[in-house]
Design a protein around this ligand. Sequence first.
Ligand code: NAD
Length: 331
Amino acid sequence: MPIVTSITKLLNIRVQLNEGGMQWVGLPRLVAAVSDAGGLGILTALTQPNPDALRNAIKETRALTSKPFGVNITLLPSINPPDYAGYARAAVEEGVKIFETAGHSPGELIKYFKTNGCIVIHKCTTIRHAKSAAKHGVDVLSIDGFECAGHPGEEDIGGLVLLARAAKELKIPYLASGGIADARGFAAALALGASLTSVHVGTRFMCTVESPIHQKIKEKIVASTEQDTVHIFRTLNNTARVFKNKVSMEVVSIERRPGGAKFEDVRELVSGQRGRVVYEKGDPDYGIWSAGICIGLINDIPTCEDLVLSLEKGVEEIISDMNTIVVKAKL
Ligand code: NAD
C-alpha cells in the first residue's frame, strides 16, 4: 500500500523515492523508467552538451512518460564552466516544474526557479547548510550522508546522525540520501524522519536494466563490496566519492605527495570526459566514476519497475515485522 507523505503529495508521485541526479547516467530512458515505476526520475542537465540538447532530452523524456520528472543542475568546480543560467532557462521554458540543485552558491538559480513557480529540491551535507537553503526558499532538502556517491561535502557526517538531526530541526520536507540501496535502508530512512521524509537513490539506479551505462560496469557494481569506493579531491576541498580503481588511487597518491597537489596535477586523470568513456566502453579502470558505499548492497540488475516494487514490498514487510515485535513485547 503506498505511503502518502507531504513529499509524495508535493511531487505528485506514488512512492517516496527519487532518482538522484547522476552525471552521464540521468538520461531520458532511465528517468522515464523511474517515474513510470512510481518514483521521481531526474534528468541531469550537465550531461547534455548545451541547453538546446537539454531541451531535446526533456522532450524525449516526456515522449516516454506522462509522469512527473525533474531536472538536476549541479554547481561545482568545472574544467569548462557550464552555462548554468542557459540550462535553467531551457528547462523552465520546456515546462519542467521540479528542479534539484546541488553544489555551491545556488541562490540565483533557486530565485529564478521560484519566480517561475517551480519546486526546488536542494542537496545539503550539513544541517547548517540545510537551514540556510531553507531560508533561500527551497521547498525540499536532500540531506546527503557521508555514504553518498559524488560530492559528500567536507565534514564527514554519516546519515544516521545527520537524518536524526534533520528530523529534529528541519521544518520543511527532506529526502534521505546516501547509502540507500535496499528496503532496510529505505525503512530506516522513514523511521528517522517519519512523514517528512522520502529517499533519494543514485547508485542503485545505475545498476538497473534502463540505466544507460555499459553492462560491464553494472556487472562490476554487482561484483563490488562496500570497500570499493574512495574519496578523491579531499585536499582540494571538493571531495568526491568514486569507484576505487587504478585512476582514482593514482589521484589519491598524487594528493598525498609532500606539498600536496594542485588541480592541474590531476586534471587529465579526473576529467569527466574520460569518466564518460568508462560508461560507454565498459572499462571500469579507464577513468573516474561515481559510486556510493551502497555498492556493497547491490547484487542484481533489475528493471526500475521491479526494483521499486521490491523496495516497496520490503519496506511494508519490515514495518509489519516491527509491529509484530512491538505487539509480542506487550504480551
Ligand atoms: P569536469 O570534467 O569539469 O571535472 C571533473 C571533476 O573535477 C569534477 O568532479 C569537478 O568538480 C572537479 N573539478 C573541476 N575543476 C576543479 C578544480 N579547479 N578544483 C577542484 N576540482 C575540480 O566535470 P564533469 O565530470 O565533466 O562534469 C561536468 C559538470 O557536472 C561539473 O560541473 C561537475 O561538477 C558536474 N557534476 C554533476 C554531477 C551530478 O550528479 N549532477 C555529478 C558530478 C559532476
